[in-house]
Design a protein around this ligand. Structure first.
Ligand code: HEC
Length: 241
């Protein structure tokens, strides 16, 4: 009898709970084929620890023509319908939060923004923001980006002079968006892999140089590090492109 009680207590206290934080989402082909779903879902999971499995059949939630408007693709308004539940609720709230909207609008393969988050619905305040680790971000920046970009004084002589320095790029008003999506901005797509996000290089176009591999956590850490960099003072207004 005593043994049974102990086992029960262990089960209840098990940290495996976070693995159960998951739901299924029906995602129409047109959203999946653009790469949007593969881009969006891991970012939500990173912020909340809730994993979403994308399906083409009915799920706990669905992107389509029913439910709350969540984003716009040209003239088409995409909506989210969902069964009630803590995780699906959190997803809906995240899509309509500042972070969610910024994430949706930052999706720009080849530099063209495909979705607008302006659907006339917004939820405040901000939900959960797991912030990156700036110390780790410096380490990652030096090891993954420092071959081309001057990150700080420690790699000034090892980088490529014609590549903009991190301090210079920190002075762009939209620096954060650029860093969060750098892997979609040239020249990076040719040599960058983001775990669970980018497709493997095509065999016809293998990476021309030693590729860099980063995770979404690495990117959060880099953004946290860059946030603390003093923007380079140029003495003249910057061109933002
Ligand atoms: C092989 C060289 C190389 C590596 C490695 C590299 N970059 Fe770059 N990056 C460039 C060049 C060159 C540009 C300038 C592109 C231009 O001017 O159009 C650039 C531009 C950028 C921009 C601005 C892009 C824009 O269009 O606004 C960001 C942000 C950036 N890099 C972040 C990173 C981060 C973060 C890493 C490491 C995880 C990294 N880069 C690794 C070469 C590199």
């Amino acid at each position: 009898m005593f043994k049974k009680i102990v086992m029960l207590a262990v089960l209840i206290a098990s940290p495996a709970l976070s693995q159960d934080k998951t739901f299924t989402l029906r995602t129409p082909d047109v959203l999946t084929s653009s790469g949007f779903i593969k881009y969006l879902l891991p970012r939500f999971s990173l912020k909340t620890g809730i994993r979403i499995t994308s399906t083409i059949t009915d799920g706990d939630a669905a992107f389509g023509d029913a439910g709350v408007p969540v984003f716009r693709q040209e003239d088409r308004i995409w909506r989210l319908s969902k069964a009630d539940g803590a995780y699906t609720d959190k997803f809906a709230a995240w899509l309509l939060s500042e972070t969610g909207k910024r994430t949706i609008e930052a999706f720009a393969p080849n530099g063209d923004q495909l979705f607008s988050a302006d659907v006339g619905v917004s939820l405040e305040p901000e939900i959960i923001a797991v912030t990156g680790d700036a110390g780790q971000g410096e380490v990652v920046s030096l090891s993954k980006c420092g071959r081309c970009h001057v990150i700080n004084d420690s790699n000034r002589m090892k980088a490529i002079g014609s590549t903009p320095s991190f301090a210079l790029m920190r002075s762009f008003p939209d620096w954060q968006r650029r860093y969060e999506t750098f892997f979609m901005l040239n020249p990076h797509p040719a040599f960058t892999q983001v775990l669970d996000v980018t497709e493997p290089f095509s065999t016809n176009f293998p990476s021309p140089i030693v590729p860099i591999e980063v995770t979404l956590e690495d990117i959060e850490d880099i953004v946290a590090y860059v946030a603390g960099i003093v923007p380079a003072f140029l003495g003249a207004p910057m061109q933002s492109q």
